[in-house]
Design a protein around this ligand. Structure first.
Ligand SMILES: Nc1ncnc2c1ncn2[C@@H]1O[C@H](COP(=O)(O)OP(=O)(O)OP(=O)(O)O)[C@@H](O)[C@H]1O
Length: 246
């Protein structure tokens, strides 16, 4: 068996010592397709940010396997500055910086790969549109095209289907399924339980702490979902900073 892509060893993540996620342990296997589910404020986005090093680990550790530097990350769309005056094509080409270097010239091959990625997401011909002129769904397609160009073995997606219509969701779900078939590891924060059940074989259910992690049908059992909701409702934002649990 190949070593896990990520190992979580009793991980606690906190902001100003107030825990957002407690005591997560488990392994993300190479080639797995996993949803991260849970109520608002459960710590889902925080977990993704900790994996890419944007949020420090307060306790425990996250051990990266062979692909430590090879992670593609799609932030929540609300975190993208759409006023930045950049074209669709240049946004996608940012996904190729590893090959071109930060200030390298974009070669013909990279350009044609970027255009092919735009075609894959159904946006052929949008090259010179400014991203500020796109609908939310079109912008999400552009960001997926950038991930295609990035060509990473591990891909983290934070609410990729938020505020997106069914047609665009179908296109993006198919791209994710393609990544899975290619053996990439995908971890996606999602809210739509039906969509998770249909397309994601594994689920990590969080409610400020892990509730379940395994096959989706078991992880999203009615008992587990009720437990997660009850914990979320009982949560006190002003609770004491985390103390170690032995
Ligand atoms: N930068 C920050 N500073 C302080 N607290 C934060 C920060 N970011 C998130 N939090 C808090 O950490 C907790 C977990 O937030 P997180 O965004 O990880 O939840 P989530 O499960 O992704 O929620 P949602 O489904 O609403 O996006 C929340 O209580 C949130 O207010």
């Amino acid at each position: 068996m190949t070593p896990p892509v990520l190992t979580f060893d009793n991980v606690t993540l906190a902001y100003q010592r107030h825990p957002a996620l407690h005591h997560l342990s488990g392994k993300l296997q190479e080639g797995s397709l996993t949803a991260v589910a849970g109520p608002n404020g459960a710590g889902k986005s925080t977990l993704l940010k900790a994996i890419i090093g944007e949020v420090p680990v307060s306790e425990g550790r996250i051990v990266h396997g062979a692909h430590a530097r090879d992670i593609g990350y799609l932030p929540q769309i609300a975190e993208i500055n759409r006023r930045f005056p950049i074209t669709v094509l240049d946004t996608v080409l940012m996904g190729g910086w590893k090959a071109t270097g930060a200030f390298g010239r974009v070669g013909r091959e990279m350009l044609s790969l970027a255009r092919a990625a735009l075609e894959d997401v159904g946006l052929a011909g949008f090259d010179y549109r400014l991203i500020g002129s796109l609908s939310v769904g079109q912008l999400q397609r552009v960001l997926f095209a950038r991930l295609i160009l990035q060509d990473m073995p591990v891909i983290l997606l934070d609410e990729p289907f938020n505020a997106i219509d069914a047609r665009t969701i179908a296109v993006l779900v198919e791209i994710i399924a393609g990544w899975h078939r290619e053996g990439r590891t995908v971890l996606a924060v999602l809210h739509d339980m039906d969509l998770i059940r249909r397309h994601f074989p594994e689920t990590l259910l969080l409610a400020r702490r892990p509730i379940a992690w395994g096959q989706t049908c078991q992880a999203l059992s009615p008992d587990n979902l009720a437990h997660a909701m009850a914990l979320a409702e009982a949560w006190d934002e002003n609770s004491e900073p985390c103390r170690k649990v032995s």
